[in-house]
Design a protein around this ligand. Structure first.
Ligand code: FAD
Length: 473
């Protein structure tokens, strides 16, 4: 028999499950439909498992230089199986946590593939959901007043370089590697490609990145991209930019061989494995969008600022609507959508306040505009930059590369953007995020007393540089 709900959510990733929790908190009768596992890409193929392996890489790298810290170890070796086991334990613990939260919120979870059928038998709204249950039981029919589509994304395919799970892989397959290749070619030097390059290089794999743009992580502030590229090369990672890979040249023998056009010249590259990391595409097929008037733009579901699609009671959030494809963005979009359904008049998300992070070695993080974006928007800017090399805690920590860069509107003293590269910047960026939310000026950031010794002193000093009053610079 059909079951009625206030809200049914398609997809249990960080967008969907967080939306479900907020919906339950607001008293809505809520169901979530998940075709694989609650937690989504973030928990099972993305944020958490990659960061668990990156942490193993960091420990291995540090252990190998432990003598420098006066800690004598015998031979340091890597046990990939143990690192994988640790990763699985972390994922499984968090998975249990998400399942518990669903129970606590009295949210009904349907394990199966959801599909919007069309007009419901009880209302003219095209929102009835059919769930093809994973356990093979008869399809469930759900009749919601509102639907939130949160079906996420998957690795984008490169025609001619199809993933075969053996020597041509994407991030999902890389996470399951039982043995390490001696060498790897990574196509795509974006965030995911750079994180994999960093981790595999720590694991002593010979890594080459082939990037189409003029530099890796091309959407970051130019100074951050350049510094990341310099430091990656310093670590022995080969970085080839302005490289247009020619899929028709792919040979899959003992080694992968592929050519690329690099600045007008054809060059051949070979390695044991090829990792394709060229972005993510939305999961919008087979979910019944054709039974609705929902619009698709550039492969993503189109919504308004409250995440309503053209069918005003069907919302869409997270990776399937494109934009900034990050877990915390998906979650906040989910919360905004639910608050809008509840008529709580939520503020639309201000995307310039959203931090984003890269968990490679070195780490990088940003919030707000890059220098180029600020100039293109017509701002007269002043900048402050402070190197970690001059920060005592960075020396103590044993990791001195990188800097904090602050971009400020010369006319109003508003902080337009903060960009960081170096040790623990993925944690430090939250201070810059708060400063942006509170509209702090560089003077206010500099007045905030940063404990000594701490890496956060670099933020205070960068603000002082903007003010022309640096102490240690
Ligand atoms: P997803 O997490 O993709 O969840 C969608 C869910 O919907 C999936 O569980 C899927 O099974 C389910 N689904 C799909 N179709 C149906 C259907 N028809 N019926 C029922 N269920 C369905 N982001 C960060 O913020 N920080 C990071 O460090 C980070 N690292 C990443 C590393 C990698 C390697 C990758 C690939 C991604 C990373 N991301 C990171 C991005 C992050 O994982 C995504 O932005 C986030 O998971 C998007 O959340 P979502 O809820 O929109 O979709």
């Amino acid at each position: 028999m059909a079951k009625e709900y206030d809200i049914v959510i398609l997809g249990g990733g960080p967008g969907g499950y967080v939306a479900a929790i907020r919906a339950a908190q607001l008293g809505f009768k809520t169901a979530i439909v998940e075709s694989k596992k609650l937690g989504g890409t973030c928990l099972h193929q993305g944020c958490i498992p990659t960061k668990a392996l990156l942490r193993s890489a960091e420990v291995y790298r540090t252990a190998k230089r432990s003598e420098e810290f006066g800690v004598m170890t015998n031979e340091v070796t890597l046990n990939l199986a143990k690192a994988q086991e640790r990763k699985e334990r972390i994922v499984s613990q968090l998975y249990n946590g998400v399942q518990h939260l669903m129970k606590k919120g009295k949210i009904d979870v349907f394990e199966g593939k959801g599909r919007i059928l069309g007009p419901s038998i009880f209302s003219p709204l095209p929102g009835t959901i059919s769930v093809e249950m994973n356990n093979g039981e008869e399809n469930e029919i759900l009749i919601p007043k509102n639907v939130i589509v949160a079906t996420g994304s998957r690795p984008k395919a490169l025609p001619g370089l199809e993933v075969n799970g053996q020597n041509v892989i994407a991030s999902d397959e890389a996470l399951k590697m039982e043995t390490l290749p001696k060498s790897i070619l990574i196509i795509g030097g974006g965030v995911i490609g750079v994180e994999w390059a960093s981790m595999l290089s720590d694991f002593e794999v010979d890594v080459t990145i082939l990037e189409y743009a003029d530099c890796i992580i091309p959407t970051e502030d130019k100074e951050i991209s350049k510094e990341m590229q310099r430091l990656m090369k310093k670590r022995g990672i080969k970085v080839v930019t302005a490289a247009k890979v020619l899929p028709e040249t792919l040979q899959k023998g003992d080694k992968i061989v592929v050519s690329a056009e690099v600045k007008g010249e054809i060059k051949e590259f070979s390695a044991d494995k090829l990792l394709i990391s060229v972005g993510r595409q939305a999961n919008i097929e087979g979910i019944g969008l054709e039974n609705t008037d929902i619009l698709i733009e550039n492969g993503f579901i189109r919504t308004n600022e409250y995440y309503q699609t053209k069918e005003s009671h069907i919302y869409a959030i997270g990776d399937c609507i494109g934009g900034i494809q990050l877990a915390h963005v998906a979650s906040h979009e989910g919360i905004t959508a639910v608050e809008h359904i509840a008529n709580n008049e939520p503020q639309p998300l201000n995307y310039s306040l959203i931090p984003s992070c890269i968990y490679s070695h070195p780490e990088a993080a940003k919030v707000g505009l890059t220098e180029e974006e600020a100039r293109n928007k017509g701002y007269q800017i002043k900048t402050g930059k402070f190197a970690f090399r001059a920060i005592g805690k960075a020396l103590v920590f044993g990791d001195v590369d990188g800097f904090v860069k602050m971009i400020v509107d010369d006319a109003t003293n508003d902080v337009l953007g903060v960009h960081m590269i170096g040790p623990h910047v993925t944690d430090l960026i939250s201070e810059a995020g708060l400063a942006k939310v509170l509209d702090a000026t560089p003077w206010e950031i500099a007045q905030t007393i940063h404990p000594h010794p701490s890496l956060s002193e670099a933020i205070g000093e960068a603000a002082l540089v903007v003010e022309g009053k640096a102490i240690h610079g």
